[in-house]
Design a protein around this ligand. Structure first.
Ligand code: HEM
Ligand code: SF4
Ligand code: SF4
Length: 528
């Protein structure tokens, strides 16, 4: 499965690179699927409320009101009806693409299980909202959907009276039953909204609004589609006749022909197996998850930077418990921590310059502590030669994911405390530092790229010190299919560095200091 996922990941990366050219990284629709899903939900909800103003509830009246708004008032209510339908269809497409992409990006298991698991009921609520909506039009398609659905439901034997009987003849269908359908078509979308809200509860600052430009493009395309190809309205339902050929909406009703041709037991079993397998995917055997970040209270002043920077709301601020003269301390919830290390990069105690005592920070990754990272940097620098030496600190999910000479691979580039870059340059470990994050459009750890840029741009603590010469720091944002671009950019950077005058304030790191740094890294891992 790992190979399939990697292939799919590369496929997405290639497609997204194409869309980057058309839309730019910020508006790339494939990187905005979650926010787009929310946006489409609100379009569907608002157009639904608008349509309800003109809709008559009742077996006879419903069709007439939909026909009236689709013809006499096509320019506002008719467009709203088409928008309602097309935005629902697009929501299905966006939802499944989002699902497959999260799987391909390996963002569905370990501590991330919650978003995945809670996404599964969202699928069902989207479908049920759409299906109940089709009934209300009460045209021939509605009749087909109503009859097929109720016949399927009756096979469960849950209802005293078979509900398909309501559609046996025109006399059997009452306004009360129709009112029930209207109620369901309002109640289920409300449940969908609740499920969507639960879905993002384990994400800090979830993106539920697409960038304005992308929202305008999406809405514009939907309005244009609605004007060019208004949602069709078939003839009025007639329960005395079985509808013959019907144009289906393949997004929401694509499985209906299957329902007709396969025994009901197989359909129900298929639904159960699909739901259980999908929901259980995060628990299929996989390599062990890395241990969660660990807090070292002796080095924590409760500044809450890590709380603000954690992408998964895994860190909470708690009252101080150790008698130190600070109001707060922090605690990590291991069930939420994905071990991205972003918190370590944000902690003011993460200062690689420290020589006295052990290099322990306020919050650290047990499997990759700061002391070890500093020792790795020193070792990697020793492998570099020639003028224009570049040390690359790369995100494992981007173009620099593979180990290479002079490269250190990290779970996220925001794991880097900016002072580590200052350390590398001011200790003469390299003439330049390349920070190679994953593709700019969407960071594997949601906010790693944004926080790194803000720290370097000195708009978010901890800042990259002003004294660090920016011409000696290269940032490359590139996905897993772009190692060639990363290498080319690093080579060009190295050539520029070779032509520069030596960096002034370098204090070469001595053999003794190197030895000390290595010993501290070993001491730190032995202490774990
Ligand atoms: C229309 C339905 C859906 C909407 C509107 C939606 C929306 C969202 C949003 C807004 C986020 C947060 C994005 C961010 O801020 O980084 C998110 C994350 C996520 N979604 Fe969905 N989602 C939907 C359906 C699903 C489904 C069906 C699944 C899978 C079963 C799923 C799996 C995930 C996962 C795993 C994440 C977490 C990604 C991470 O850990 O960074 N979603 N979704
Ligand atoms: S490593 Fe830190 S920032 Fe990343 S999820 Fe865990 S607690 Fe949050
Ligand atoms: S960033 Fe460091 S010092 Fe600040 S609260 Fe977190 S662990 Fe404590």
């Amino acid at each position: 499965m790992g190979a399939a996922r990697a292939a799919l990941r590369r496929g997405f990366d290639r497609a997204e690179r194409g869309l980057d050219i058309a839309f730019g990284p910020d508006w790339n629709p494939l990187a905005q699927l979650g926010p787009l899903g929310w946006f489409l939900f609100w379009i569907v909800a608002l157009t639904g409320v608008y349509l309800f103003i003109f809709f008559d509830t009742g077996v006879e009246a419903a069709y007439g009101s939909v026909e009236w708004l689709s013809t006499d008032h096509w320019w506002h209510a008719g467009v709203a009806r088409s928008l309602h339908r097309y935005a629902s269809d697009l929501m299905v497409l966006v939802m499944f693409t989002h699902l497959v992409r999260e799987w391909a990006m390996d963002r569905y298991r370990g501590a991330r299980w919650f978003s995945w698991f809670t996404g599964v009921p969202v699928i069902w609520f989207v479908y049920l909202s759409g299906i109940t909506g089709y009934w209300l039009v009460w045209d021939k398609l509605a009749q087909y959907v109503a009859v097929t659905t109720t016949e399927l439901l009756d096979t469960l034997g849950l209802f005293g009276e078979p509900i398909a009987r309501n559609f046996a003849s025109p006399q059997m269908l009452s306004d009360r039953f129709f009112t029930l359908m209207v109620f369901l078509h309002i109640a289920i979308p409300l449940l969908l909204l609740l499920a969507m809200w639960i879905h993002i509860q384990r994400i800090s600052e979830p993106r539920t609004r697409p960038p304005r430009g992308l929202a305008v493009i999406t809405l514009g395309a939907l309005v244009a589609g609605s004007l060019i190809l208004p949602a069709p309205l078939l003839g009025q339902a007639d329960l005395a006749q079985v509808p013959q050929s019907i144009a289906l909406d393949w997004f929401l009703l694509g499985l209906y022909p299957v329902i007709e041709s396969v025994p009901a037991g197989v359909i129900w079993a298929g639904c159960v197996v699909f739901t259980v397998l999908l929901a259980g995917l995060p628990w299929l055997p996989h390599r062990a998850d890395p241990p969660a970040a660990e807090v070292f209270l002796d080095h924590c002043n409760g500044c809450a930077r890590c709380v603000a920077d954690c992408p998964y709301a895994a860190i909470t601020l708690e009252p101080r418990s150790d008698g130190a003269p600070f109001r707060f301390e922090v605690a990590v919830d291991p069930a939420r921590c994905v071990a991205c290390g972003i918190c370590m990069g944000s902690c003011p105690s993460s200062t690689p310059f420290r020589r006295s005592g052990d290099l322990i920070t306020g919050i650290d990754l047990p499997q990759r502590p700061l002391a070890q990272l500093r020792a790795e940097v020193i070792d990697a620098a020793e492998a570099l030669a020639g003028p224009g030496r570049v040390l690359t600190l790369a995100c494992g999910h981007g173009a620099g994911g593979a180990e290479a000479r002079g490269r250190i691979v990290l779970p996220c580039v925001a794991m880097l405390p900016p002072s580590l870059i200052d350390f590398i340059l001011s200790r003469g470990l390299a003439e330049g530092v390349c920070v190679a994050g994953c593709a700019e459009r969407d960071c594997q750890n949601r906010v790693g790229a944004a926080w790194t840029k803000a720290r370097f741009g000195r708009s978010r603590d901890p800042y990259l010190r002003a004294r660090v010469p920016r011409e000696r720091v290269l940032t490359v944002w590139a996905g897993p299919t772009e190692p060639g671009r990363l290498e080319a950019e690093v080579s060009a950077f190295s050539a520029r560095l070779a032509d520069m005058a030596p960096y002034g304030p370098v204090r070469q790191i001595g053999a003794e200091e190197k030895q000390e740094a290595r010993a501290k890294a070993i001491g730190r891992s032995a202490a774990e």
